[in-house]
Design a protein around this ligand. Structure first.
Ligand code: CTP
Length: 401
């Protein structure tokens, strides 16, 4: 970072506020100037004195302080920063920001800013999972706010579940990424990514699934978002947190995934990474199958093909449609066949035979198959494959590659 970068940190009222002291220290070590708004609730958990000692600056707290307003009004506070970070972002702060309320210094500064906003929510698991909070999260993401999803585990309230604020390290790296002002060639574009397995109900308690972890698709969604794309991730059931800056829509079955994908159109690029179940039970749901003598026979019927549907969309075909080919033999030949059969522009072919450990693993060896030929990419982590693919997509959409 060449010129001095400034972060406006808004500390909300939650036990996780103590982690912000470490975050301030780490930001300053990285050469970032930190200016802090400590909300009334935040001041119940950390003292203005500890915050200002670490930040090396006065702490702002009261909207109606005449001295503050004459020295540094809320407008200037939010505009002079390179970006605004809310940590911990309480349910209340998120609700205010999602609805445009401005009745204290923190919410007023958030409404007045023209800078990127990053929030790190922290709260009780039920509060996080409440439909109202989830609605607000979706609104904030759609407004372009980067949400660093909370982790799961033991919470200060004694309950267990999602709601723990991300660790200072993770928040720091998202902030530094943004400050380094990486080129954002996909700014203004919409990217759609499908990821994870689908679950197809056999009866109310059993389902057909597969070994997909969702890691590769999530990494691609994250990489596209880092290049500036507004990114929608349509995800089957996985154990992963949504990458920062990505709007996730959770689904179970192939039919739900298709509906969510079509609902998210138009998009500039669609990357279909999901391991969609090819078949579903002809009669799913109903009552639980009982063990009445002979094992039941489950009739399977074919699921809709999301990739082929997008590739052949009449009115709203994304400019670039990318599919994956999970193969266990004849990897490139089968991928070329899939490219033609599904009508997409590119196929990323990967060998998912058991010995390669791709499914659920950290690495991937892929081949980029297009109408122009085949490129063999070296074995790399799924994150690196994602970054390389995102760069290629940016090149194709912006006409550079
Ligand atoms: N795909 C999809 N919808 C389906 C099946 C597959 O969108 N119902 C997409 C996958 O996301 C992937 C590509 O199609 O991008 C290829 O998936 P793959 O499982 O390799 O191919 P299949 O179509 O299932 O063909 P096969 O089982 O014959 O290999």
């Amino acid at each position: 970072m060449t010129e001095q970068q400034r972060v406006l940190l808004i500390i909300g009222g939650g036990i996780a506020a103590y982690k912000c002291l470490e975050l301030i220290r780490r930001l300053r070590e990285a050469g970032v100037q930190v200016r802090v708004i400590l909300t009334k609730g935040g001041a119940e958990f950390v003292t203005p004195l500890s915050v200002s000692s670490l930040a090396g600056d006065k702490v702002y707290g009261d909207l109606f302080s005449l001295t503050d307003e004459s020295e540094m009004g809320h407008i200037r506070l939010s505009r002079e920063a390179s970006l605004v970070v809310v940590a911990p972002a309480t349910a209340d702060l998120m609700a205010k920001l999602a609805n445009g309320l401005a009745n204290d210094l923190a919410s007023t500064a958030l409404l007045a800013t023209d800078k990127p906003v990053i929030i790190a929510p922290a709260m009780n698991a039920r509060m996080w999972l409440h439909p109202a909070t989830q609605r607000n999260v979706a609104t904030l993401k759609a407004d372009g706010v980067t949400v660093i999803e909370p982790g799961s585990g033991a919470l200060a309230c004694g309950e267990t579940g999602p709601g723990r604020m991300a660790e200072p390290d993770a928040i720091l790296s998202v902030i530094l990424d943004r400050l380094q002002a990486a080129p954002r060639p996909l700014a203004g574009r919409h990217a759609l990514v499908t990821a994870g397995p689908t679950w197809e109900a056999i009866d109310p308690v059993r389902y057909i699934a597969n070994r997909s972890s969702g890691k590769q698709g999530y990494a691609i969604a994250g990489a596209l978002a880092r290049l500036g794309a507004r990114t929608t991730l349509i995800s089957g059931p996985t154990a992963l947190n949504a990458p920062a800056g990505v709007a996730r829509v959770c689904v179970e079955s192939a039919r739900d995934m298709l509906a969510a994908t079509e609902a998210a159109l138009p998009a500039d690029v669609a990357v279909c990474v999901a391991a969609v179940s090819d078949w579903r039970a002809a009669v799913g749901g109903g009552q639980k199958l009982k063990k009445n003598g002979a094992p039941p026979s489950v009739e399977l019927i074919e699921n809709p093909d999301i990739l082929a549907t997008l590739s052949r969309h009449n009115r709203r075909r994304p400019k670039l449609v990318v599919g994956f080919a999970a193969e266990t033999e004849n990897v490139v030949a089968y991928a070329q066949d899939k490219l033609a059969r599904k009508g997409c522009d590119w196929i990323i072919a990967n060998d998912v035979c058991h010995e390669k450990g791709v499914m659920g693993g950290e690495c991937n060896t892929v081949h980029l198959v297009t109408a122009n030929g085949v490129e063999d990419w070296p074995t790399a982590t799924k994150e690196d494959v994602a970054a390389r693919l995102a760069e290629r997509i940016a090149g194709a959409l912006t006409g550079v590659a």
